[in-house]
Every structure is written in structure tokens, then in C-alpha cells.
Design a protein. Structure first.
Length: 365
């Protein structure tokens, strides 16, 4: 590079040599880079979980949610060894329309149940984007008091496109949390809009949070989710909204009378409360505990848990078959061509599907 300032015509000008150009990358970056923690053995995971170590529990949940086959193998072994320590909790499913105040309510619910001791795990499911497949995982930010409570564990998880907005491995996470000594489990779902069958099939009590002024009782009847609800709570019953909330509660009570009696023998109740101001939280939990006592006495509590275990056995079979199909090399080689045939109108969707299934069956022989 030429430097005109060094020519004879500028010889009266003093030019300093300057400093050496520093590296664009910090030379100490690699030395200070933290090492990724190595995977523990299944025995170490189980030992840490049973001791109530939150860090080990969090790492085990991450392992359960992982899609890598080697992680899944370890996770299944950990879950199997944790099963004898599980089953000693009350599982509450909480759902409602977006904006109903589920996360804020859980903050108050959690503080209320922890007054009597015990430990609480909150599994908050966040919706995943259909376009980017990403998830904000921001529910924890609205649980300001509970997130700093020493006896609470909050785990946000992406829905990952699974049925009912419940993360694919939420049921396994419940087992790990119970083994870690959490005797109360909250499962918060994405919200009404998808089938909520998945969350209903893993909890003991299903609470539906509603708002006043969202439609008449006929609208309530249309929503199939009401058939699964063990209790309905009308949120934001404060200030000038109290009369509207009471009117909505009466409308829902009228609607519930039109449904057939549930198998548990329990008549779903409707209460009003305010999650933001913490009003009438006790009434909500009196309803929940009354239900738990009722079903434990008539034997439905254990019956329902057995039915749930059977349901998830079949769900696991379905998921394994689906994964086996799409990971089959012959199917992977033919899938793209089958898509083009369907899009080009050369084959119907059903014919293409049948051919792929026949190919899969032949590959298993």
C-alpha cells in the first residue's frame, strides 16, 4: 500500500508508525469457552432425582425431550428406574382460552397450595410456531412469585405440534417430577383450540378457566372440552366485572346440566375468582380437594390412573410405529416421488399412501 505522506514533497510532515492491527477474534476465546457437561449415567440421574436435585432433574427432562436416539435410550432407562418412586402426587390439568389468565392464576394457585407444605412442579406448555417451529417459552415470566419460591419447579416446554398442545414427553416428565418428591403437579396447556384429550389423559383433575362475556350457554355446549372438565373457574371476577362473572357462572351451570353424568359420579362445579387480585382462590381449591376426596372414596381415582396408563401404552405404540415408518430408508427414498405424483395428479392421496404402506410392510419381512 502506498503512503503519499512519505514522499519528498511532504518531508516536513512527521508520521508515526501507529499500532499493530489487533486480531478480529479474541485469541483467548477458546480457552475461556465453557465445556459442555458430559452425560451422566442412568444411575447417576436416578440418584440425583430421588435426592431432589433440581439441576439433575432439569437435565433429565431435557434428555426426555431430546429427539436423539442415544438420549432417548438413556431417558427410558431413567424413567423405568424412577417408576417405583412415582405416583404419589395430585396432578392438575389447567386449560382455557388464550388470555384467560392461566399463567397468572397458576402463580396464585401455587402459592396457595404451598402454604400447607409440600412441593410443586409446574409444566407450562408453550405453543410452537407452525412456520419456524420455535417457541417463546415465556409463561414463566408471568409466574413472578412462584418462580422464586424454593419449593416450586417451573419447566416451560414447547408443544412441538403434539396433540392437545401438550408436549410429547410431558407424561414422562411427570414421572420424573414425582420421583423428585413433588407431590403437586400442574400441567398448563396451550389453550382451547386443539383436542385437549392428551392433557385430560394424564391428570387427576381437569380445570377449565373461562372468562365472562365469551358467549351464551349454547356456545359453551358446543365446546367439546367442557365434557372433559371436572370443574370450571370464571376468572377476572373483580370490580365491575363481578356481576358479569356471576352471570356467566350461572350460564355454565345451566349448560352442564345438559351433559350426561361423568363416569366419576361427580357433578362438575362452577366457581368465580380473580387470579390477578388473588380473590376467592380458596374456593377454587376447595372444589378441587372435594373432587379428589370424592373419587378416592369411590375408587375412581385409581381406576382413572389405570385407564390413563393403558391409553399412553397405545399412544407410545402409535408414535413408535410412525417413527419407524418415516425413518425407514426405503420409505425415505420413495416419499418425495410419491408427493410429486400426488401433487401432479398422477395418483390419489389414498393410492400413494397404500403403496408406501405396502412397501413398508414388505421391508419388514
Amino acid at each position: 500500500m502506498e503512503h503519499p505522506e512519505n514522499s519528498e514533497e511532504y518531508k516536513g510532515l512527521t508520521v508515526n508508525s501507529g499500532v499493530v492491527q489487533p486480531d478480529s477474534v479474541n485469541p483467548y476465546f477458546k480457552a475461556n469457552r465453557p465445556r459442555r457437561q458430559a452425560l451422566l449415567t442412568p444411575g447417576q440421574y436416578v440418584e440425583g432425582i430421588v435426592k431432589g436435585d433440581i439441576t439433575v432433574l432439569s437435565r433429565a427432562v431435557t434428555l426426555v425431550e431430546s429427539l436423539r436416539p442415544e438420549h432417548q435410550a438413556i431417558a427410558q432407562e431413567v424413567i423405568e428406574k424412577c417408576l417405583p418412586y412415582s405416583g404419589n402426587s395430585v396432578r392438575i390439568g389447567i386449560s382455557g382460552v388464550p388470555g384467560a389468565g392461566k399463567s397468572t392464576s397458576i402463580d396464585e394457585f401455587g402459592l396457595h397450595v404451598l402454604k400447607d407444605g409440600g412441593r410443586l412442579a409446574v409444566l407450562a406448555i408453550d405453543p410452537s410456531s407452525e412456520r419456524t417451529k420455535g417457541s417463546i417459552l415465556g409463561d414463566k415470566t408471568r409466574m413472578e412469585k412462584l418462580s422464586v419460591h424454593p419449593d416450586a419447579f417451573i419447566r416451560p416446554s414447547p408443544s412441538a405440534g403434539s396433540l392437545g398442545g401438550v408436549a410429547r414427553k410431558t407424561r414422562e416428565t411427570i414421572v420424573l417430577c414425582e420421583a423428585a418428591g413433588f407431590d403437586k403437579i400442574f400441567v398448563e396447556t396451550v389453550g382451547v383450540g386443539q383436542s385437549e384429550t392428551a392433557v385430560h389423559s394424564m391428570v387427576d383433575f381437569f380445570l377449565l378457566i373461562q372468562l365472562a362475556g365469551t358467549g351464551d350457554e349454547l356456545q359453551g355446549i358446543k365446546r367439546g372440552i367442557m365434557e372433559m372438565a371436572d370443574g370450571i373457574a370464571i376468572n377476572k371476577a373483580d370490580g365491575d366485572n363481578i356481576p358479569k362473572a356471576e352471570l356467566a357462572a350461572q350460564s355454565f351451570r345451566n349448560a352442564l346440566h345438559l351433559f350426561p353424568a361423568p363416569d366419576s359420579g361427580w357433578t362438575p362445579q362452577v366457581v368465580t375468582y380473580s387470579g390477578f387480585y388473588g380473590l376467592k382462590i380458596k374456593e377454587v381449591w376447595d372444589m378441587i380437594w372435594a373432587y379428589i376426596d370424592f373419587v378416592k372414596k369411590n375408587g375412581y381415582f385409581q381406576f382413572r390412573r389405570n385407564e390413563q396408563a393403558k391409553y399412553w401404552m397405545y399412544e407410545s405404540i402409535n408414535e413408535s410405529l410412525k417413527n419407524s415408518f418415516y425413518n425407514n430408508p426405503e420409505i425415505a427414498a420413495r416419499l418425495e416421488q410419491a408427493e410429486r405424483n400426488v401433487l401432479g395428479g398422477q395418483q390419489t392421496s389414498f393410492t400413494a399412501a397404500q403403496q408406501l404402506l405396502s412397501l413398508y410392510m414388505d421391508s419388514l419381512k
